[in-house]
Structures are given as C-alpha cells and as structure tokens.
Design a protein around this ligand. Sequence first.
Ligand SMILES: C[S@@+](CC[C@H](N)C(=O)[O-])C[C@H]1O[C@@H](n2cnc3c(N)ncnc32)[C@H](O)[C@@H]1O
Length: 251
Amino acid sequence: MSSNQDLNNSRFSQEAASWDANKKHLESVQKGFDAITRYIPDFTDGGSKNLDVLEIGCGTGLLSFLLAPHVRSLVGVDTSDGMIDAFNQKTAALPDPSQVNLAAVNVLVQSADDAHLQGACAALAERRGESGKDIPYRFDLVVSHLTLHHIPSLEDLLATLKDCLRNGGMIALTDYEDFGEEAIRFHPESKRPGVERHGIKKGEILDIIDGVGFNEVRVERAFELRKEVEGKDGESKQEMGFPFLLCLGKK
Ligand SMILES: C[S@@+](CC[C@H](N)C(=O)[O-])C[C@H]1O[C@@H](n2cnc3c(N)ncnc32)[C@H](O)[C@@H]1O
C-alpha cells in the first residue's frame, strides 16, 4: 500500500504544471504572505534583508518568490519532484542568475544538518561571496503555507525546525484550521487520500510548539479563504469560508 507521502508526491507532481494557474492558490499564498510579513517584526522594521529563510513545502515557489525580494536568502524544500521542477524552471527564467537568492531542494527534512539542505545554503552563500561563513548553515525564519496538514508528525517536524533556526529565529507557519467536522470539505473527495489531517487544531499546535521548547508561542486566526466546495449528497457546489492559522514561535 502507498504511504501518504507517496500519494502526495504523485498528486502534487501531477498538479505542479497547472498549480500557478489556479487563482485560489495565488489568493491563499498572497494572504499567507501578508500575514507572515504583518506578524514578523523584521518585515515592518526594515530588518528583513538580513533574514535567511527556510520554507517547508515550497511547492512551485509561489510564497518563495513573494518573500525572496525582501530577504537575504530563501531555501525551499519539498518532497514532490514535479513541484521542485516547476520551482527550478521559474528560477532558471530569472534575468540575472548571479542575483538569484532562492533555491529549492527535493528533500524530506529530518535533520538540520541534512546534506541537501546544507548544500543549497552553501550554494547561495557562495553566490553572495560568503562561502564558508556560519557553517553549519542555520536560518532566521522558517515559513510554510498549506503544508502542515500533510506532515505525519508535527512534533518531529517542529523539533527539526527548532534545530534549523539560529537562536532568536522564528517560525511563521500558515495552514487552514480544523474548526470542526466541516473542515474536511476544504479538499474535494478525490484529493483526500494522502491528506494527513483536515486542518490544524489551534490548541494542539499551540501545545506542540510550546512542547518542543519555542518561546513567545502564538497561534492566531490570521485570515479567511473563501472557496467553492463540493455539495453534500449530490447537492450543487457552494462557497465556504475557511479560517487560516498563523503559528508563531521564537527559539
Ligand atoms: C498544498 S501544497 C502547498 C504548496 C505551496 N506552499 C503553495 O501554497 O503553493 C503542499 C506542498 O507540501 C509538499 N509536502 C508534503 N509533505 C511534505 C513534507 N513532509 N516535506 C516537505 N514538503 C511536503 C507537497 O509536495 C506540496 O508541494
């Protein structure tokens, strides 16, 4: 039997080529970006250009390409070949390769010292003329959008993310909230296989972030995404609002 990870890799690789053409994907990412930049002080006090950012589940890079102009570097990781290919096609099409401050790696991050992750950081550092500084590479900010609901163990992920951060670094993770039994309708039935959980429960994620030792933990309802969902029992489609959580913590 296929694992959820296998199902996800195959589903997202199939969807990658048309991902950016879906207006709801663009809208949700824009709202995620707005929330992250509103809550992380460096984006409002002018310090964001010093940030090295890690993005978990970067997909085709919709959030990465919004963030990159505001930060020093961004490494996106994703477990779908198709998503990483789409991301790489976009970076390859940028006008000046020497100025590109973002990269994507196909890896399931289970250690801050992962060789693929370290390799991507080293390549970006070399491009900036800062090769060999600050090894092993660590980050100032970890972001993620619409990916936590695919991760089998949030405890393991959050512990790894804490290891990936420099002291004082922050996480800012957005995903839809499990606000009750209707949250399952976020995905049409055809896309539910492989989904680990139907949204994030506010109390649970707070306890997990707190439990792995983050400080200044906050989980906020940051925005709502309205989208068309399948009707129940053959009823016609309808529009529903889904609350999104922004999960914050400081190392
Ligand atoms: C719903 S998509 C969101 C993509 C992107 N963040 C966006 O909003 O456009 C979820 C992404 O998470 C990736 N993913 C799933 N499990 C993952 C894991 N354990 N580590 C990294 N990426 C993962 C999938 O391949 C997919 O690209």
